[in-house]
Design a protein around this ligand. Structure first.
Ligand code: ADP
Length: 611
C-alpha cells in the first residue's frame, strides 16, 4: 500500500478506532519495527501493561522459547527487506497460563518515494486448527502402525489415506493410490450388495462390518474381513469413509478344510452306526447328531440338554458321572439303559473325551454312542441260559454225589475189592469239581442279577487264612504256602464268601506258577482296614491284560502250549464279593516275574445299605 504522511494519519485514526473493536489482536510499528500500537485485545490476552509492552522487542518474551529464534529471525528479515510477514508461533495467555498458537501477519505501507512508513499487523488465534492438525498427525501415525489395512476416502471415493499395512495387503504403494478412486484401485466383490447399496447402507446405519473379497495388485483374490465407519468433521458433517481390513483368506481356507474333514469324519462315524455328540458345560446343551438323537428317542429337530438325556436313563441319572469324568480328565465309558417316550427300552454304549482350554479348564466333551440293545439282549439270554442250566445240573449232580457216597459206604460194609473204593473216590472227586463249577456258575448269575445273598458276621482274619490254606494246600503239594505274620484282626463280613475270595486267589497263584515251589501271603492290619497280599512266582500277567482279568468270563489267551483249565469266573467272583464288603482288589505284576494280588477290606462295613 502506498500513501502520503497525511493520508496515513487519517488512515491510522480510523484504523485504531476499528482495531479496538476487533476480536483479533492488532498492532502497528514504524519502519524500525519498534511497536507503537497494540489494540485492547492484546493487553487483555497477554496481561501486560503499556509501559512494559512498548519496550524494545518486549513482545518476544511472550513467545514460546522454542519459537523465539525463528520468529525474531523472520521479523528482522522483513524489516530489512520489507515484504508480507507471516509466521506461526505460540503466545503466552495470561488468563490460562498456557501458550496458544497464533498466525501473525503484517503488511508494510509505503510512501510515494517507495519507503516503508508503517507496519500493520494482526495475530489470529489458530490454536484449534493446530490441535486438529496434531490430532490428525497422531491418527495418521496410528494408522501406519496398525497391522490391519487402513483406507480412508472422501465421499466421492477418492483415497486420502492408505497405510503401510494396506500397501502390504493389496500390493500398491501409497503414492500410487493417493487421490485415485478407491473402486478403480481395489476391485471388490461385495458378497450380497452392490457398492452403491453398500455405501447407502453405511450412510444410513453409520458403519458396516462384514466379509468381502478384494483383488490384489497381482490379480489374486483375498478374503477380507472389514469394518467401515463414517468420518465427520467438527460440525458433524459427513466428509468420508474410513475402513479397516484384514486378510482372512488362510483362516477361511482352514475353516473350509476343517468343515470338509469334519463332514467326512461324521459320514464315517455314521456309516459305522455310531451317533456322535458334544456336551457344553456352560450351556448344558447336549449337541447330538441325528443318529444319536434317534438312539435316545428324540426327533432330529429337538434341541437336547444333558438333563433331558439323563431323564431318559433307567434308573434316571443326574449326569454327575459325565461331569465328574470331565473334571477328572478321564475317558468316559458307560453303558446305559434308555427308555423312549413310547415306553420301549434300549441299551446304549456312550463314550467320550473331555476338551480343555490352556489352563486345563473343561470346555466340552465329545464322543460317540452305539446302540447295543441287540448285544445286551443276547447277553441277557446267555445269562438266563447259564442260570437255568446250572439249576438243571445241580439236581442230578446232588443225586450222583449222594449215590456215590451210598455206594462207598456199601462197598466198605460188603467188603468189596479195594479197586472199587478207589474208583468211587474218583467219581466223587469229579462230582465235587463239577458241583464247585456249577455253584460258581450259579453265583455268577446271581451276582449279575444282584441276587447273591450275604450272611454278615464277625470274621477272624488269621483263622480264615489258616482254613483257606488247609483247603488249598493239598491240591498242590509241590508248593509251600506261607503266611508271613499274624494280624489279630476281626472284621465284619460274610465268612464263606471271603473264604471263596482267598480260595480263588490262592488257587490261581498255584495254577499259574507250575514251576514255582512256594506262594507267600502277607497280611497286615491297620485301625480301619486289613490288607492281605498273595504273592506267587509264576508267569505273571501282561500290563494290558491287568484291567480285564476281573471281567466276567475273561481269560488270558496264552496259546496252546500253556493251557490251564478254568472258565474265567474266579477273579470276577472275588472282585464282586470284595466290592460288596466295601473293599478293593488290586494286582501288581510283571510278565515272567509272578503276580501279587492284594485285597483291602474295611474292618467295619461302610456301606450299610449294601447288606
Ligand atoms: P480262570 O478260571 O481262567 O483262572 P480267573 O478269573 O481266576 O479265571 O482269572 C482270569 C485270568 O487271569 C486267568 O485266565 C489267568 O490268565 C489270569 N490270572 C489270574 N491269576 C493269575 C496269577 N496268579 N498269575 C497269572 N495269571 C493269572
Amino acid at each position: 500500500m502506498t500513501m502520503t504522511e497525511e493520508d496515513l494519519k487519517k488512515y491510522e485514526e480510523g484504523f485504531y478506532r476499528l482495531a479496538d473493536a476487533l476480536p483479533h489482536m492488532v498492532w502497528t510499528a514504524p519502519p524500525n519495527g519498534e511497536n507503537d500500537y497494540y489494540n485492547q485485545r492484546w493487553f487483555d490476552f497477554t496481561g501486560f501493561s503499556r509501559a512494559e509492552t512498548f519496550q524494545h522487542e518486549w513482545w518476544i518474551r511472550l513467545v514460546h522459547p522454542d519459537d523465539r529464534a525463528r520468529v525474531l529471525a523472520a521479523w528482522h528479515k522483513v524489516l530489512a527487506n520489507p515484504t508480507l510477514y507471516e509466521v506461526e508461533y505460540r503466545l503466552w495467555e495470561q488468563a490460562t497460563g498456557q501458550y496458544r498458537w497464533f498466525l501473525t501477519r503484517a503488511t508494510p505501507v509505503y510512501n510515494l518515494q517507495g519507503n516503508v512508513i508503517k507496519w500493520f499487523g494482526t495475530c489470529t488465534n489458530i490454536d484449534d486448527r493446530k490441535q486438529a492438525e496434531s490430532k490428525l498427525l497422531f491418527h495418521a501415525s496410528l494408522a501406519q502402525n496398525i497391522t490391519d489395512a487402513v483406507v480412508a476416502t472422501n465421499l466421492d471415493g477418492t483415497i486420502l489415506l492408505w497405510n503401510s499395512a494396506a500397501e502390504a495387503l493389496y500390493g500398491w504403494k501409497q503414492e500410487e493410490v493417493q487421490g485415485k478412486q478407491v473402486n478403480d484401485v481395489l476391485h471388490t466383490h461385495y458378497t450380497r450388495v452392490k457398492w452403491e447399496e453398500w455405501v447407502a447402507d453405511i450412510l444410513k446405519t453409520g458403519s458396516w462390518r462384514g466379509e468381502i473379497r478384494q483383488q490384489r495388485q497381482d490379480g489374486t483374490w483375498l478374503d477380507i474381513q472389514g469394518g467401515v465407519s463414517l468420518v465427520r468433521d467438527v460440525n458433524g458433517q459427513i466428509t468420508g469413509l474410513v475402513g479397516l481390513f484384514r486378510d482372512i483368506t488362510r483362516s477361511k481356507q482352514i475353516a473350509h478344510e476343517l468343515a470338509e474333514s469334519e463332514q467326512q469324519l461324521h459320514a464315517a462315524i455314521d456309516v459305522a452306526g455310531l451317533g456322535h455328540w458334544r456336551f457344553d458345560p456352560q450351556t448344558n446343551l447336549f449337541d447330538c447328531s441325528a443318529r444319536c438323537k434317534a438312539y435316545l428317542g428324540f426327533s432330529p429337530a429337538t434341541m437336547v440338554s444333558l438333563d433331558q438325556v439323563c431323564a431318559r436313563v433307567r434308573p434316571p441319572e443326574q449326569g454327575s458321572a459325565l461331569l465328574d469324568t470331565l473334571k477328572k480328565q478321564e475317558l468316559f465309558e458307560k453303558e446305559y439303559q434308555i427308555q423312549w417316550p413310547d415306553g420301549s427300552l434300549h441299551w446304549l454304549a456312550v463314550s467320550g473325551r473331555g476338551q480343555y482350554d490352556k489352563q486345563g479348564r473343561p470346555i466340552g466333551m465329545a464322543g460317540v454312542t452305539l446302540d447295543i440293545t441287540e448285544r445286551k439282549l443276547g447277553e441277557q439270554r446267555k445269562d438266563t441260559f447259564i442260570s437255568m442250566a446250572s439249576h438243571e445240573l445241580k439236581t442230578p449232580l446232588t443225586t450222583i454225589k449222594g449215590f456215590t457216597q451210598l455206594l462207598k459206604r456199601q462197598a466198605k460194609r460188603l467188603g468189596l475189592p479195594e479197586q472199587m473204593a478207589v474208583t468211587l473216590a474218583k467219581v466223587e472227586k469229579q462230582a465235587n469239581t463239577l458241583t464247585k463249577l456249577v455253584n460258581e456258575l450259579l453265583d455268577v448269575s446271581k451276582m449279575q442279577a444282584g441276587q447273591l445273598e450275604y450272611t454278615w458276621g464277625k470274621v477272624e482274619i488269621d483263622q480264615l487264612l489258616k482254613d483257606v490254606i488247609e483247603t488249598v494246600q493239598p491240591t498242590s503239594p509241590q508248593h509251600s504256602i506261607r503266611v508271613h505274620g499274624e494280624t489279630g484282626c476281626t472284621l465284619t463280613g460274610d465268612r464263606s464268601r471271603l473264604e471263596q475270595v482267598f480260595i480263588n486267589l490262592l488257587t490261581n497263584a498255584l495254577k499259574y506258577s507250575p514251576q514255582a515251589d512256594r506262594v507267600d501271603i502277607f497280611p497286615a492290619c491297620s485301625e480301619q482296614s486289613v490288607e492281605i497280599c498273595i504273592r506267587d512266582y509264576g508267569q505273571g500277567i501282561p500290563p494290558e491284560e491287568q484291567k480285564h482279568i476281573f471281567e466276567r468270563f475273561y481269560r488270558i489267551d496264552r496259546g496252546k502250549n500253556q493251557k490251564v483249565e478254568g472258565l474265567g469266573m474266579g477273579l470276577y467272583v472275588a472282585g464282586q464279593i470284595v466290592e460288596k464288603h466295601g473293599g478293593q482288589i488290586t494286582v501288581d505284576s510283571k510278565e515272567g516275574e509272578g503276580a501279587t494280588f492284594c485285597v483291602r477290606l474295611p474292618l467295619s462295613h461302610p456301606l450299610e445299605n449294601a447288606r
